[in-house]
Each structure stands twice: as structure tokens, then as C-alpha cells.
Design a protein. Structure first.
Lengths: 227, 232
């Protein structure tokens, strides 16, 4: 799977290059202005797109970590580590964009709503994961520890979300069981943004995997030259 | 009959491993003294910085209690969780022909016991210092302490193993442990709050369930994974 990603990262990059301008056009011009919130609502399209990608990559961390524990192949550890980096990147973007939206709408930069709180805790968990990974260079055992942490962290998410939900809630639920609660043009815009940002994420992941592979190659070559 | 004898053997292994930690602790009671002392100091700091007056005790007690227990517990677990690395004890444990999960469970039970001893000393003093000599539902407070401590000991034991072998272990444990312990922090504080105010609702029962589920999940899963952590 990692080879597949690396081979196609160039293709993903081109798809993203095409899709991102389209998504920008749709989010800023095509989609109607929301009646109550006004233009600031347009943040929503990218906010949801980055949030979705954050979860996608945290899921990838757990999946690659399981694969690493079972197969003990270094490529899965690299895949999990790089997915963790992208997950933290997208979570940061989600938190920042959400904060810009919350200031005019909720009149605060931050509030302890369950989804916000869960997202913040997720950010902390995966920053900790990256710290563990940063300490694991050349240490098999530490890498396995990182994998276990990646799995435990992912398993903890539902419990964390449930418990902060018990604690309090004001986040708007846009997509519920009864439908999306928005006009079709907004929904299409949202989907295009989600797909566009996902391709950015996949392209970055492929590039990151390649750079790790090159780094390994450099290490091997240096070893050979310097003996 | 066969599984019964296996169970007995497992229990014997657990007892021996816990006894090992108790013996080490008895050499100077360092972990116990450090952890209890730290917990008491956090409460003193709490009183100084928040300037809690009479009548406000019940409002601040749950948060102060769990802040103190989390910080102090982390110190204790970081210390004893990594104690096996010295003197070649770790290698001896790896080579022993025992189920790997026993290594985890024994440490977990030891940490749980450590937290309980700290609580037996510290909680009465906390209550008195917050002007809460009378607790409306002491059973609930004990439940909160038992379930909260087990959850903390369970994940703490695993994470101490994880961070123990890396640089700056003492600093890293709270960083990796606290985000994962959010359900325990919220639940145990909510239940402790209900215990000291006497205002129990259906929410209190839900919190107890959350704590229970957390404890079960994060005892069973690390026990299953522990083998992967120790090989090689």
C-alpha cells in the first residue's frame, strides 16, 4: 500500500492542483451566502474537509500500527508515523479555522463544547504520539511502543467523545440522521472541498513516504562511503 | 480441572511478581513517601492559589482531589514503572517462562495499591482542609476513588513502560498519559462531586458506567498487547 501511495503521489498532486481551484471557486462564488451567518460560513467547507482528513489519517495511524505489530515491516512504521504527522497538521487546521468561525458566530475564540474538546484532546494525543516516534530512531522496541500507543489512542477516541458529550454540548449538528439540513449547492460544494483536500492529504502522504525512503537510502549510502 | 490449575499457577506468578515490587519498595518506601508528599503539597498549593473560603469547599474539592492524585500518581508510576530497568531485573523477567500479561497485571495491581495507600492518607486530610468533615455519600466517594485509580494505574502502567526507555522519561509520562485519561478525569471528578454535595442524579450512574467501561477496556487491551512490547 505504501508503494501504491508513493507511485501515485504525483498523480494525486495533479488531481489536487486541479480540484483545489475548483473547490475555491465553489466555496467562495458558487455556493450561496448563508442567510444568518453571512460569508464567514464559507469557512465551513474547508473546516469539515480538514476535520475529515484528520480522522482519516488518525485511522490510518491505527491501521498501519496494527500492520506493523503483525508484520514487523519497517515500512508500516514509517507509514504510521507520517500519517500521524498529517493527522496533527489537519487537526491544527481544523482547530484554527473553527476558531476563526467561532469568533463572530459564538462570540468566543474557544469554548468547551464536546466536539471542540474531543478534537483538542485528539491533537494532544497525536502530538504525544509524534514525540514518542521522534524518540524511536533506530530503536525497535520504542517503535512497537509507538504502534501500541497509536492503537490505544484511537480506541480511546469514542470514550473521550462520549464522556465530553456527557459533560456539555453546543456545537451545531449540520449533518444528522434526518438529512444534511443545507441546500444542494452547499452540499455539492462541501463534497468537492472534502475530496479536494483529501487528495492534498494523499499527495502529501505519498511525498512524505518518498522523502523517508530517500532519507533511508542516504543513510545506507553514507554508511557505505564512510564505512 | 486443567484450566483451574492454570489459573492457580497464574495467580501464583502474579503474587510473586507483586511481592517483588513490595520488597523493592520496602527498602526505603521512597516511591510511597514521594507520591504521598507530592499529593499533599498539591493540595496546599491549591489552597494558596485559589484562596478557598468556607462554604466553597464542595465546589473545588473534586477538581483539586483529582489534580493532586493525577500529578502525584504520575510521579509514583513513572518511578516504579521503570524501576525494573536497573540491576538487570528486566532481563530476568523477560527470560522467565511466564505469561507476558502477568508482568503487566502485577505492575498494574502494585500501582493500584500504591494509589490506594496514598488516598487513605491524603483524602481524609483533603476533606478536612476543604471543610467537608461530613460526606453525604461516602460509598460513592470510595467508588470514584477505586474506579478512577484503577483506570489511572492501568493506562499509567502501560505508558510508563512505553516512555521508560526513552530520554526524558519523567517528563514524557504526563504528556502521553493525561490526554488518554480524559474520560477518567471527567468521570471521577463528577462522581466525587456528587458524593460531597449529595446531589446524585442519573448522570452519576452514567459516569460510573463510563469509568467501569474504561477500566475494563484499558486493562484487557494492554494485557493483550504487552507481549508485542517485550519481545526483541
Amino acid at each position: 500500500m505504501t508503494e501504491w501511495l508513493m507511485k501515485r503521489s504525483q498523480a494525486f498532486t495533479w488531481i489536487a492542483v486541479v480540484l483545489i481551484p475548483i473547490s475555491l471557486y465553489m466555496a467562495f462564488i458558487y455556493a450561496p451566502t448563508e442567510a444568518q451567518m453571512g460569508d464567514v460560513q464559507r469557512i465551513f467547507y474547508y473546516h469539515v474537509a480538514t476535520a475529515w482528513n484528520a480522522f482519516l489519517f488518525f485511522g490510518a495511524v491505527a491501521a498501519c500500527s496494527i500492520a506493523y505489530l503483525l508484520k514487523k515491516d519497517e515500512k508500516w512504521n514509517v507509514a504510521a508515523k507520517t500519517a500521524g504527522e498529517l493527522g496533527v497538521l489537519f487537526t491544527s487546521l481544523t482547530l484554527i479555522a473553527g476558531s476563526f468561525w467561532a469568533r463572530p458566530i459564538w462570540n468566543v475564540w474557544w469554548t468547551w463544547d464536546p466536539r471542540l474538546t474531543t478534537t483538542l484532546i485528539l491533537w494532544f494525543i497525536y502530538v504525544a504520539y509524534l514525540v514518542i516516534q521522534a524518540n524511536s530512531e533506530g530503536n525497535q522496541r520504542q517503535k512497537r511502543f509507538a504502534a501500541v500507543f497509536g492503537i490505544i489512542g484511537f480506541l480511546d477516541i469514542p470514550l473521550i467523545h462520549f464522556s465530553v458529550q456527557l459533560w456539555r454540548s453546543i456545537h451545531p449538528s449540520v449533518i444528522t440522521r434526518s438529512g444534511t439540513g443545507m441546500p444542494q449547492s452547499m452540499f455539492i460544494t462541501l463534497m468537492v472541498c472534502v475530496v479536494a483536500v483529501t487528495f492534498v492529504g494523499l499527495a502529501l502522504w505519498g511525498q512524505r513516504l518518498m522523502s523517508e525512503k530517500l532519507r533511508e537510502r542516504v543513510d545506507v549510502l553514507r554508511e557505505e562511503v564512510l564505512g | 480441572m486443567n484450566w483451574l490449575s492454570q489459573l492457580k499457577r497464574y495467580a501464583r506468578v502474579l503474587r510473586t511478581l507483586i511481592w517483588k515490587d513490595l520488597l523493592l519498595e520496602r527498602r526505603g518506601y521512597e516511591t510511597l513517601v514521594m507520591t504521598t508528599g507530592f499529593a499533599l503539597l498539591v493540595i496546599v498549593m491549591f489552597h494558596f492559589t485559589f484562596d478557598i473560603r468556607g462554604g466553597e469547599g464542595a465546589r473545588f474539592f473534586p477538581g483539586a482531589l483529582w489534580t493532586a492524585l493525577f500529578f502525584a500518581g504520575t510521579v509514583g508510576i513513572a518511578r516504579s514503572g521503570t524501576s525494573d530497568e536497573t540491576g538487570g531485573r528486566e532481563m530476568g523477567l523477560f527470560l522467565a517462562p511466564i505469561d507476558r500479561s502477568a508482568l503487566y497485571l502485577a505492575k498494574l495491581i502494585f500501582h493500584f495499591g500504591l494509589l490506594l495507600i496514598v488516598e487513605v492518607v491524603a483524602v481524609p486530610l483533603f476533606l478536612v482542609s476543604f471543610g467537608l468533615a461530613m460526606v453525604p455519600s461516602p460509598t460513592l466517594l470510595v467508588l470514584a476513588l477505586l474506579l478512577g485509580s484503577w483506570g489511572m494505574a492501568a493506562l499509567g502502567t502501560l505508558m510508563a513502560g512505553i516512555t521508560g526507555i526513552s530520554r526524558g522519561a519523567g517528563l514524557m509520562l504526563p504528556l502521553v498519559l493525561f490526554p488518554l485519561l480524559v474520560p477518567v478525569a471527567l468521570g471521577a471528578a463528577a462522581v466525587a462531586g456528587a458524593a460531597v454535595t449529595g446531589e446524585t442524579t442519573s448522570l452519576t450512574t452514567t459516569w460510573l458506567r463510563v469509568l467501569f467501561v474504561f477500566d475494563v477496556v484499558f486493562t484487557v487491551i494492554p494485557a493483550l498487547f504487552y507481549e508485542y512490547l517485550l519481545e526483541g
